[in-house]
Structures are given as C-alpha cells and as structure tokens.
Write a protein that binds this ligand. Structure first.
Ligand code: SF4
Length: 371
C-alpha cells in the first residue's frame, strides 16, 4: 500500500475484520482481550470509524492517557493562571489549554485560562511555538511564558525555543514545562493491580520520535505485546489483528506496523535536541498522580529559561475534582459514559474535566461519536 486512500479502503478493512473474528473464535470461552490505545489520535480515530463496534465482543479497546492536554495536572494549570494574572507576564499557549480547568474554584466553578482572560489576564493562543518568539520580541517590557506541554512528539520543537532565545539573545522568554514520556506511563499502567491490560496499541507520532526499540525493555519485562500502528482505519484494525495473533501464540514483542514513518531508533535529530535541553523528572499526571521519571524538565544549565525557576514557583500536584472521573477514564477503569457528569453537566461546550476539553480526549471522542 502506497497511498493514503488505501489505508481507508473498506474492502481491506472488512478482510482484516473477518480474520480478527476468526482469531477471536479460537479464544477459550470467557477469555477476552483488553487492548489499550495509548494515543489520543488513536482514540479519536477508533471512535470516528466505529472500530470498537466492528470488533468481536471478546476484544475490547480501552482509551489510555495519551492526550497531553488531558493529563496536564491541575496544579500546573493553577500555576499558569497565577502567572497570567501578573501585569508583567504574557502566557503563550496552544488553544486547547485555555479551557482546561485548574483546581482553583470561584462560585463553585473551576477557573480556566479562558475565564481569567475575560478578566484581563494576558493569554495568547498560538498555532506554533514560534509565535512565542514574536511575542517576546514585540513585547520587551513583558515576560513571555510558553506553556510547554506534550509528549515526546511536541517536546523537541517546543524546547527548540530555548535554542532560538539563546541565538537571538531574547531575555524575556521562558517555558513552563509539563512534558510527558510514554514508556514510564506504560510501566505505571502495567503495574496497576486494578487494571487488566493484555496489550498496547502504541502511539504513532511518539514512536516516530522515540523509535520502536524504546518499548523493548517494557515488553520483555511485562511480557505484554506492543504494536505500533498509524491512525488510518486499516492501520488500526491491522494493528489489532497483529496484537491478537501475538496473544494467541503466547508471544510478546514490539511489532512496528508503521515502518513507513517509525524507525527502530527513532528520530535521531529530535532525540539529540531532547537530550541537550531536557532531563527526566518525576511529574504529576492528572487523575493518575506522580509517575517516577515520567516527564522532562529543562536542565539546570538552562534554568534561566525555566519559568518555574524564574518566577520562584512551587508547582504541587493539584487536588482532583471529585466530580470528574478523568483519572478512571485515563486508566481505562471506566468508559466515559459511566461518569455521572458525562453529557449532562460536562459537554465540549462546558467541560468539567480535561478529557472533554481536548479534541483527542476520551470523553470528547465518546461524546462526538458514541452518544
Ligand atoms: S465526562 Fe467530564 S467530568 Fe466526567 S470524566 Fe469525562 S471530562 Fe471528567
């Protein structure tokens, strides 16, 4: 297959689904296979193409913590809002982040960057991190703070802002980092005794950066198959077939089914950038808690560009909103429609939790395609 249309071909999808149905029939009675898709783009594609509904009843797909907005802790949002309310600070951020609720409440309603922007806070939505450079250059009397969130995929282009700031001698630009790493999250999910995950459909974009080999240690340690697949329906269904084959054959290995983009060793240039500017750190995941060494922060050498250091912030993990069950959704313990707030008090127009904010959030996907 060479062209994108072939990865949406209904006949190809039907043929793979027929194979999956036959494989599923060979499972012992009462045995089901639980596959977690770790990436928010997979979650959205699975919902959009009704893939879950096309699978046999003993093959289940669970949405994991793969949406970077959804897993950004409320303590981080509160810190960003505090900075945004300062007269001398402009917050620059990707759009989804402005609607993510923090832990600070007003009139029984959680505050967001969008709400405080209505009260005069300086918040600029950016389509590219480069906009933060423009803002810093055109507002020399202000400090510009870029909300540096995301997985391995976004971390390299975002942290390159430090390189640009050094080269251009921009002194009023810094990053508030909340970068996350996928392999330590898999480790935490696999170690959670309440979860029952048989295999992971590994993310496409993240894998393009970290490479297929990055999952090897995890797979060998937990004997849990990881299959890397892209986001088109035929890609996803084929990835699921490959997972089921491994489980039936009692095998566990990293199967890279996205070789047209993902290399064994990843993107060497991006990995070198990450290594130069960032070091691993314990970080809080919303609804999950602190996962050891699951994030990246700026190295001490670049603390001048670290907003946390620059403004003397002490970001603590936020207290979860008891009404929102994003933590259980992100761990695959419940489906979104099992949250009492779903589609009632929590909708994409009025999100209570982050899983409903992002277009890649599990609750938003369920709301849009499965209600
Ligand atoms: S429906 Fe809303 S409140 Fe419930 S888990 Fe999802 S985002 Fe949180």
């Amino acid at each position: 297959m060479k062209y994108i249309d072939e990865f949406k071909n209904p006949n190809a999808a039907k043929a793979i689904l027929a194979k999956i149905a036959k494989l599923a029939e060979t499972l012992p009675a009462g045995k089901s296979i639980n596959i977690m898709e770790v990436c928010g783009s997979h979650t959205m594609a699975i919902a959009r193409f009704a893939i879950k509904e096309l699978l046999p009843s003993n093959i289940d797909l669970i949405s994991g913590p793969g949406c970077p907005v959804c897993v950004t802790d409320s303590g981080y949002i509160d810190a960003a809002m505090k900075l945004a309310l300062r007269d001398d600070v402009i917050i620059a951020t990707f759009g989804d982040m402005v609607n993510v609720p923090g832990a600070i409440e007003q009139h029984h309603d959680s505050l967001t960057l969008a709400k405080i922007r209505g009260e005069g806070a300086h918040v600029e939505v950016c389509y590219s991190p480069m906009r933060a450079v423009e803002l810093a250059e055109s507002n020399p009397e202000h400090e510009v703070v870029f909300l540096a969130i995301g997985f391995e995929t976004t971390a390299a282009p975002v942290v390159s802002l430090v390189d640009i700031a050094i080269k251009k001698e921009i002194g009023n630009l810094s990053l508030l980092t909340a970068f996350k790493l996928v392999p330590p999250a898999l480790e935490a999910l696999a170690n959670d005794p309440e979860l029952n995950i048989d295999a992971f459909l590994s993310p496409a974009h993240v894998s393009a950066i970290i490479g297929a080999d990055a999952y090897k240690t995890f797979v060998h340690k937990h004997h849990t198959p990881c299959v890397i697949a892209s986001f088109e329906p035929v890609d996803i269904i084929y990835g699921i077939e490959k997972i089921i084959e491994q489980i039936i054959n009692k095998e566990a290995f990293v199967d890279n089914q996205y070789k047209r983009v993902v290399k064994q060793k990843g993107n060497i240039i991006a990995l070198k950038i990450l290594e130069k500017y960032l070091e691993t750190a314990d970080v809080a995941w919303r609804g999950i808690g602190v996962i050891p060494q699951s994030g990246m922060k700026l190295r001490k050498k670049y603390s001048k560009y670290d907003a946390e250091q620059r403004f003397g912030l002490q970001i603590k993990p936020g207290i979860p909103d008891k009404r929102c069950r994003c933590g259980d959704v992100l761990k695959g313990k419940i489906k979104p429609d099992k949250c009492a707030m779903f589609a009632e008090k929590c909708t994409p127009l009025n999100p209570v939790g982050p899983c409903m904010v992002s277009s890649e959030g599990a609750c938003a996907a369920w709301y849009k395609y499965r209600r």
